[in-house]
Design a protein. Structure first.
Length: 444
């Protein structure tokens, strides 16, 4: 891709696989490596994993197909694409608000996402200097607590990451960045496999697997299902405009369904591998699997501090995590920048403006942990699922069936009919049911 959303309609990804790598780069980030393992720990392990996989299959994939299809049909930024498609279908142009809501959600995610990415950058520096080398588990836990207590330290790394993101977006998503992600994402995947192997040898692998895959549905309550659904949207970058923006450059003759399934499979495999790498180390070191956001920043340094070549592997791992975070953060503000560009604001100015807003939100997250938690909860559990709900309704009920069939790239057979049923009924009803449960109006 040579330009951002809003470029001429002739601009396309070079191939379906180029889109897969770009979208996977957007999806694979802190949600897989940082968030999935710790929320799995908080909500009981195996039963939560099953709920999450069910949300991916029944809600995430159908909505992702609809979002990519809307982007390809609209060939513009999310708000403009949905407004134009609605007008073509004879519906109210106010549907464009849904695209705008997604862009706002992406900006809100950036406000706390950049703080966590800053932690990863801090641990790159700690790995390079050997700060946690040969340290005890207690010292490493205390080290992370000290980072969270250090507002100047967090502010510095948060600022560095925000500037890195703004620099890339201001320059455009170049071929150089695309090639780098194509190389670094497989490297991250390969290193996760190595870390899983290390956990199998030096961790309590059996306990980790039992925790992740044994099922106790008595621990699966409505809150856990809401979190599972929210994380399905968070990790697939749904409901925030990013996938729709990328879909604007999806080749017209390629199959959206097969492509989305490939992206969802890669994204889910990486999340599961991250859990399989971390939980054996958690149990081997008598740590708590549900300890929260610090899971990655405590368990992995404990492993790296004692393993041969730990400083090298620690540096490599946290560098790759930081790069994965960067590939995702670009997609969080790019749709908003593209929207502002279409209104005559230069890319550099719009990028700096949105990056500054995100930076201020990050400062608030650092100063007050409640702001951090509120941004995380509101985006993942409210705004993204709401965006997905309206996209499902829009594609399932507003767009003409003939247009949907043409733009989806499906042949109109049994698979297409199943997708339409799921998109029209299963996904919306599932999202609504979880929302009603969260409000105490429905018992799940």
């Amino acid at each position: 891709m040579t330009n951002g959303p809003g470029a001429p309609a002739g601009t396309m990804w070079k191939s379906r696989w180029t889109f897969i790598f770009a979208a996977t780069g957007s999806a694979v980030g802190l949600g897989n490596i940082w968030k999935f393992p710790y929320i799995t720990g908080e909500y009981g392990g195996g039963a939560f994993v099953i709920a999450y996989l069910a949300c991916i299959l029944l809600i995430g994939i159908p909505v992702m197909i609809a979002e990519v299809m809307s982007g390809r049909a609209g060939r513009s930024d999310p708000a403009t694409a949905m407004r134009n498609l609605a007008t073509e279908a004879g519906a109210t142009p106010w549907w464009g608000i849904i695209g705008g809501m997604g862009m706002i959600a992406g900006l809100m995610i950036m406000m706390f996402y950049s703080v966590v990415a800053g932690w990863a950058l801090d641990y790159v520096a700690q790995s390079l200097t050997g700060n946690y080398h040969k340290a005890s588990a207690g010292d490493i836990e205390a080290n992370f607590a000290n980072l969270l207590d250090s507002r100047p330290g967090q502010l510095g790394w948060h600022t560095v990451f925000t500037l890195l993101t703004a620099g890339v977006v201001a320059a455009g998503v170049t071929k150089g960045i695309g090639k780098a992600v194509d190389i670094l994402m497989p490297m991250l995947f390969a290193f996760l496999l190595l870390l899983v192997g290390y956990s199998a040898v030096y961790g309590d692998f059996a306990a980790g697997l039992h925790f992740m895959f044994d099922t106790d549905f008595s621990r699966l309550n409505g809150e856990a299902i809401l979190v599972a659904m929210g994380h399905a949207f968070f990790t697939l970058s749904l409901g925030m405009g990013a996938i729709m923006a990328y879909g604007a450059y999806f080749p017209g003759n390629a199959s959206i369904g097969k492509t989305v399934i490939t992206i969802a499979a890669l994204d889910t495999i990486i999340a599961l591998l991250a859990g399989m790498a971390m939980f054996p180390l958690v149990f081997a070191n008598d740590l708590t699997p549900g300890q929260g956001p610090g899971l990655m920043f405590v368990t992995l340094p404990i492993a790296f501090s004692n393993m041969s070549g730990g400083l090298f592997f620690g540096t490599l791992f946290f560098t790759l995590v930081s790069i994965a975070a960067l590939s995702s953060s670009i997609s969080l503000i790019e749709p908003g920048v593209a929207w502002l560009e279409k209104r005559g604001i230069k890319r550099v100015v719009s990028t700096l403006g949105l990056a500054f807003v995100a930076w201020l939100g990050g400062v608030a997250s650092i100063v007050d942990g409640d702001v951090f938690n509120a941004l995380d909860y509101i985006t993942a559990n409210i705004l993204l699922p709401l965006g997905g709900l309206f996209i499902a309704i829009f594609v399932g009920w507003v767009l003409p069936d003939k247009r949907v069939l043409t733009e989806s790239g499906m042949a109109g057979g049994q698979l297409y009919r199943m997708w339409r049923v799921v998109l029209r009924y299963v996904a919306p009803l599932g999202i609504i049911a979880v929302f009603l449960n969260s409000l105490g109006l429905l018992e799940l």
